[in-house]
Every structure is written in C-alpha cells, then in structure tokens.
Design a binder for this molecule. Sequence first.
Ligand code: ADP
Ligand code: MG
Length: 650
Amino acid sequence: MDLASPVTSLPGVGPIMAKKLSKLGLSSIFDLLYHLPFRYEDRSQISSLFTVQPGETVTIIGKIESIKNEFTRSRKLIQKAVVSDDSGPIDIVWFNQTFLTRTLRVGDIIGLHGKVDFFGPKKSIISPDYEQTTNNPALIHMGRIVPIYPETAGVSSKWLRAKIFPLLGHLDNIPPFDPNSLRHIHFPESLDQVAPAHRRLAFDELFLLQLTSLIHKQSWHQIKLTHPFHIDQAKILQFVSSLPFTLTPSQNQSLKEILADLSLPHPMNRLLEGDVGSGKTVVATIAAYSTHLNGFQTLILAPTQILASQHYITLKSLFEPLGINVDIITSSHKAIQQASHVIVGTHALLNKSFNRIGLVVIDEQHRFGVTQRTLAASKGESPHILTMTATPIPRTVALSLYGDLDLSVLTDPPQGRLKVKTWVVPETKRAAAYEWIKSLITDRQSQAFIVCPFIEESESVKSVKAATVEFKKLKETFAKNRLGLLHGKLKAKEKDEVINKFRAGELDILVTTPVVEVGLDIPNATLMVIEAAERFGLAQLHQLRGRVGRSSDQSYCLLFSDSDTQRLKALETHHSGIELAEIDLRLRGPGQIYGTAQHGTPQLKIAAYTDLSLIEKAKKEAKEIFPDLDQYPLLHKLTQKDKIALVQPN
Ligand code: ADP
Ligand code: MG
C-alpha cells in the first residue's frame, strides 16, 4: 500500500465505504490524508470526575463499573453506565445504542467526551463520544486537540480520525511532501501549528497542479501532426477586411498567437479569455476560416441551443458568400451534411463522428464538464483546440489553473462602446422605472430584456412557471408594447422564432429566464432589467448585463432589489469582469472562483486563488524538478492519474 493506493486497500474499507467516501471526493490514501479538518475540538484537558459541573463539556478517563440497557418511564430504551476515576463515580447515559452493552465491558478503561447535565435527579454525562483504551497504544479521540472534518452520511469525523491517525505514523518517506505538516494539521499539539502546516499543504496542492499541467503540456507537444497548416496571410487579411468592423488591438494580437499555433507541427491548445462582449466569436471565426483553407472542418461547440443557433447565423452570413458551408447540430436540428466545412452545435454533436476535423472550438468552456471537453477534443485526429471563456480570471491565476493551456486575452472592448449605466432600483421606484422604460421604447425604439427571478441553479419547471406568470403581468403593464417570452422549456423552433423576432425588432421586450445569460448577442437591445437581482451572483449579473452595451448606443441595466443592495451596488461603479471577480472572491471566500458554480473549473481544496505569491512559488519549484521525476516515484504516480488528486472538478 502506498499513498496512491485506493482507499479500499485500508483494513475495514470495502466497496460500500469507498462509495460513501467518494461523496467527499476521497478515492486514494493520498486524498484521505489531504482531507483537512475545518475546525478542532480541544479535548486535551482530562477532568477529574469530582470536579465536573452540569453545563460543562468535559473529557474524562475512567473505568466502567457497570453498564446495562434500561427502559425509561416513557418506554424509551437507554444505556446506562457508571464510570469512575480516582475521584469518584458518575452516571453515563446513551439513547438507543444497544450495541454499546455488547462492545463496552465492565472493567474497561474508556475515554469519554460529552456534556454534563442532570438526567433526572442525577449528575450524568449525556450521550458522550467514547473511546476504548484496551489494545489502544494511544488515545486518538481523547486527551488531545481533535480534528473535526467535513463529513457525509456514514463517514463521521470519528471514523476519519481512526483511519487517518495510524497513517500519519507511516509517512517518513514521501518526498517531496512534508509528513510533519500533515501530522500538525490533523492532530496539532497546539493550535499554533495549524497555520504554517496549512500553508505548506496549500503549496503542495498548487505544486501538484502545476506539475500536472507541465506534464500535460509536454505530452501535448509530443503529438505530431501529419498535416501542419499553411497560413495563407493574404486570404486571411482579405477576409478580415471584409468584416463590418476593424479588429481591436487585442483581437489582432490573439489572432496572431492563434495563427502562429496553427502553423506548428503539433496541435494548438489555447484558451481565449475575454470579458463579455469583447468579441471572441470573430477571432474563432477567422481560425475556422484558416482551417477551411487547409481543407479541414471546424467544430464549434456551444453550451446552449440558443447560442449554437446564434453562432450558426453569424457564421453563415460571413461564410456563405465565400462558398463555405455551415451546418448546425443540436438535439432538434439533426440533418447534417457530412461535407459541411463548419459545424456548429451543442453537446448533441459529441455523439457524432466526423472525418476531417482540424479545429475544435469550445465556446463558454467553463459550462462544459471535463469529460465533455475531452470528448470534443477527441473528434478527428488530434485537432487544434481553441477554448473560449468570459470567466474573468486574473492572468496569473488563469495561468496556474489552466497551466497546460496557452493563453490569449482580449483586454479592450470594441471601439466606441459606452459603459452600461447601472442602477439598483428599490420596489418603491418600480412604477416610475416602468414608465421610463416605456418612454425609451417609444422615443428611441429601444429594446429591453426583462429577466425573471432566478429560482434554482438550473432552469426548472418552477422558474419557467415564474417567467410565465411574470409575462402575463408584464403584458398588462406594457399593454401598448410587443412582448415575447423565452425560456428553456420551449421547443427549439419556438426559441429560434422568438429570438429572431426580437433580433429583427419585431418585439420590444423579451421576457426571459436566465437562459439569456450565455453569449446572446443582439446589439439593438439596450435595456436589461433584472428582477430579484439579489438572488444572482455578481458573475451572473455581469454576464446578464453583458447582453446589452453591444453597440455604440448608450445602454442601461436596472437591478430590481430591496436587499443585499450593498453588494449589488458594486455593479453601478464597476464595469470590468475582473474587478467584479475580485469583489466576489472577497465576498465568497478564497477557494471558489468567480462564476464557476458551473462544472469544469477546478476548485482548490486547500490553497486560495488569491494567493498569487504561493502560486508563483509552486510554479517555480515545479519547473525546477520537471521533467526529472524519477527520484519522486510518488509524484510520478499522482500526476499520472486522470484526476488531479487534490483538485476536484465540481
Ligand atoms: P463575446 O466575446 O462575449 O463572445 P461576441 O463575439 O458575441 O462577444 O461579440 C460581441 C459583439 O461585438 C458582436 O455583435 C460582434 O459582432 C461585435 N464585435 C466583435 N468585434 C468587434 C470589433 N472589433 N468592433 C466592433 N464590433 C465588434
Ligand atoms: Mg460569446
């Protein structure tokens, strides 16, 4: 057995227990050791029974004088014991734990931890935690500071302690990990030992993450392409100049980086990061064009049908004049010509096979799980991969998180964009706000989104119902205007229909659930109204607001809310995703990154994304030992696993 061994290699841990442990993300011995306590209980003081008082929580060690099952007057089964130490006896009471009369025997010396109270007239310790000392070289749960762990059904802190404690005795030889920091974090002799141990373990976590990235990157670079792309500069320039706008400097820069990658003899693996509305789609489009010029197909994967349809429309309008076929695959658009040059789709396209895929674009990549991304990347023969995200992760953090990806960032919005004027609006001003919206619609032909209360994480029957009810109400309020309703339970055709109407200016107001959050691009819409804004994270609000402000007209965002306004007001003054990310990070705590309630983004268990100096340090050290891992067989094993031991995609 070593640290990379599965938990089932521990005595007494079978498949059933392994399944329970997997709920905590614990599959190896290593995982178990890095399952850290979130608090401690000081049980180091052993009290003398003579001195204990009702109301106190105490730890004692004594001898069992008697133990038996008894019925109370209300016919409840209890276990009653008398335990004594040098200073005298005390009663112990447990409720309905008949096995205790079989496991605990008269004469046993046991440790007990629990609350002293009156049971009837007598001073007793009620339902204490217990530990037998017979055959135990050392007490684990008593007479020390004990760890309290994140638990799940069937996996208690006591169970975890009993398994982790003996492991800590066998850690002498696990370079480059430090056995003492593990001992100190699980069973500190004093609480002063905890913080330095935690820092060291955070380092280990980041170090392993960095190392795994280096390994992935290396193996990626070892793939040889049989047909490296030729980049036809002239044709690409011609295409770029045919676009209805000029590219921003950072679009040009990213494009340069991407085209350089495409001309290499190994596949590209690049992340294009850019705030909402920064214009990622067109960059991907040019990469698809270059792929086509080399005789290969491009797959573009989008997280929602709405977004897939939109990309389909955009790409078609740009590509059709050049004789490039664009097709779409979603669960409801199934007809597909194998010969298409560019294929847009939702996850439904992951079930299809293709012949000549040269480039896979994954839009809003944080919306996809690891397996979906891997599946997408396996289409065709080692295609180039371009992933895109609007999740605004600071550059250093992005590099450490996605260390195996190359990174391009769109830093400047397209020219002439105005900041979206944003206000938090209390209920008392709702009527006035509605009048103002009406006047914008009549005077300036503005179009508005009204996003209904967010009810659950994913769209459910409940949120659809809420949207439908709200829609009826709004139809009365905005009786003179044209309203449409959009939610995820509509048929694909109905969705397309309502969005197309809105896009064509045939609707003034689109009432919707938060399905519009991702990627929707309707530049004429300049008004975003969000109901019950306090229910959204800043990340989502920023994404939703990003649906407007996509033309040179002034756009507005109204956040209806009567609570949590302090937090919401951050949106009035901050317009950059990164700034909001940092605020969110402060408000939510360090391990979670902004906007990643979705799957796919690794959540750190120990380290904090804000700890840039530790991230840098881990990176430096990983680079120092890489690629020479022979002296560290454990590291070699841990980084071989598909799943990085410490980092769980949530
Ligand atoms: P995102 O990065 O959020 O995916 P999109 O690719 O949807 O952004 O682009 C947002 C809007 O900006 C689209 O309407 C697109 O046509 C437009 N756009 C992209 N690049 C430019 C540019 N350089 N100048 C002006 N408009 C642009
Ligand atoms: Mg987009």
